[in-house]
Design a protein around this ligand. Sequence first.
Ligand SMILES: CC(C)(COP(=O)(O)OP(=O)(O)OC[C@H]1O[C@@H](n2cnc3c(N)ncnc32)[C@H](O)[C@@H]1OP(=O)(O)O)[C@@H](O)C(=O)NCCC(=O)NCCS
Length: 166
Amino acid sequence: MTPGSFRILPLDGRDRSGFDCASEALSRYFHAQVTQDVRRRIAASYIALHQAADTIAGFYTLSAADILLTELPAELTRRLPRYPTLPAARLGRLAIDHRFTGQKLGATLLADAILRAAGSEVAVFAMVVDAKDAQAEAFYRHHGFAAYSSAPGRLVAPLASLLPRA
Ligand SMILES: CC(C)(COP(=O)(O)OP(=O)(O)OC[C@H]1O[C@@H](n2cnc3c(N)ncnc32)[C@H](O)[C@@H]1OP(=O)(O)O)[C@@H](O)C(=O)NCCC(=O)NCCS
């Protein structure tokens, strides 16, 4: 599909059955599970809508999380109080329909998630993702995340390091 402009909005009741990304598990989650997670307040979900085609081109989910202070390197925590955990936002899932990859839409949705977390009335120190495979991990590393934790695939970035400098 040709590049176009996209609108990002909260997941709504529109048809999701045509969404098809490189990960079968993520497509299946988006078809069958995401609305239940939103209804139960397990996750918030946002979609990118291709304006002209009125098609869902991508989605992500965001949830509250916390990370252990000990999971971060000393240079990030030196000036922080010694609380055992720090508040975080978990980017649970992020996927772009294969017809729309390579148009910076993944980066745009990631930036949108970061801004929403930063704008939250609940304090958020960092964003955390659990990358499902090496490719996803490479995507997040490319965007400033790093692996500090012993949990496989877990990548973290302080929100301050992800936000555009004022
Ligand atoms: C990974 C994914 C979200 C990337 O989306 P996309 O819209 O094609 O990527 P973008 O066009 O926004 O890429 C933005 C930048 O990230 C880079 N990038 C994209 N995928 C990458 C990868 N797997 N590894 C490293 N860098 C990557 C691009 O080269 C681009 O770099 P630049 O800005 O320096 O030119 C998409 O391919 C996808 O949905 N994959 C299947 C699901 C998945 O793996 N989700 C992530 C984990 S849950």
